[in-house]
Design a protein around this ligand. Structure first.
Ligand code: 1HE
Length: 263
């Protein structure tokens, strides 16, 4: 499937979605956002996980600043732009299919907002994170005040924006913006390994993880416990439970061991 500026191909059970506007550092203009939306609205049925990556030297440079400059949008125009970003990124975060980001180079502004909508983030050492909006006289609008703030804390996000601080891959990992640092140039390969592992989980368990945990964090403790019990009631009685737990009972299922510990 090829939309303008976004491509999709299948690698076994993993859908590989690539921002493909490298000459503009994968900046997100209206066409690219519409393409992302189209891809995440209609993932192939056989996709059990997604890897999201960017072509060229950077993952994503955020909002297309030239388009914004040229369009001279009104406040209402830009509110609608933000709402389209929110709706598309919600499809990524809550679509029910785990999304692994393969990061490299700039993950800045709206590029960081996009990465924050994914569930697992693999960086390579070239990766750097920033929210440089303030220096350009603008503000985040693609969900960072919610998603990035929840990952790094609101206070840390305020500091990052005020100072224009740029975080390298290691600092990003300390704050939870990345979960793993791959060897140079290897973030896509490492993300594929993780995505193929994720794809082996029961689809309904993955659905529960990506749709319920962040939402339950927004609820009161009482509501969260109730929502968790409902989700677990659906998952624990799902189609794959008898087979997978049968494998535990007959001791053919792999055990959890300390050898699996990873940095
Ligand atoms: C762009 C954009 C863009 C590059 N919009 N065209 N985002 C930013 O503030 C990031 C702004 N961009 C940069 O700081 C740098 O371009 C990069 C660090 C990302 C890459 O640097 P580099 O040296 O590899 O490339 P370059 O030479 O700066 O850019 C190559 C081309 O991409 C050039 O176009 P050309 O026609 O002159 O070749 C750049 O203009 C173009 N380009 N980034 C448009 N962002 C919903 S609200 C979200 C809020 C935000 O995301 S604010 C944006 C934050």
């Amino acid at each position: 499937m090829i939309e303008r500026n976004v491509t999709l191909h299948m690698d076994e059970e993993v859908a590989v979605v690539t921002l493909n506007r490298p000459a503009k550092r994968n900046a997100i203009d209206e066409a690219t956002l519409a393409a992302l939306d189209a891809v995440f609205s209609a993932l192939p049925r056989e996709a059990k996980a997604v890897v999201l990556t960017g072509a060229g030297p950077h993952f994503c440079a955020g909002l297309d600043l030239k388009e914004h400059h040229d369009k001279e949008r009104t406040a209402v125009d830009f509110m609608r732009v933000c709402q389209r970003w929110h709706s598309t990124f919600d499809k990524i975060q809550y679509g029910g299919i785990p999304v692994v980001a393969a990061l490299h180079g700039a993950v800045v502004g709206g590029g960081l907002e996009l990465a924050a909508a994914t569930h697992v983030r693999v960086a390579d050492p070239s990766t750097y994170f920033a929210l440089p909006e303030g220096q350009k006289g603008i503000f985040t609008g693609g969900g960072a005040t919610v998603r990035v703030a929840r990952i790094i804390t609101p206070g840390r996000m305020v500091e990052m924006m005020l100072t224009g601080r740029v975080l390298d891959a290691r600092a990003g990992k300390t704050l939870g913006l990345a979960h793993e640092i791959a060897a140079p140039g290897e973030s896509l390969r490492a993300a594929m390994v993780l995505a193929k592992r994720v794809a082996k989980n029961a689809a309904l368990s993955n659905y529960a993880m990506v749709t319920s945990i962040s939402r339950i964090a927004d609820m009161s403790a009482t509501d969260g416990m109730f929502a968790e019990s409902l989700m677990a009631a659906v998952v624990q009685t799902g189609g794959e439970v008898q087979t997978r737990l049968g494998a535990f009972v007959d001791k053919s299922l792999a055990k959890v061991t300390p050898e699996q510990v990873a940095g």
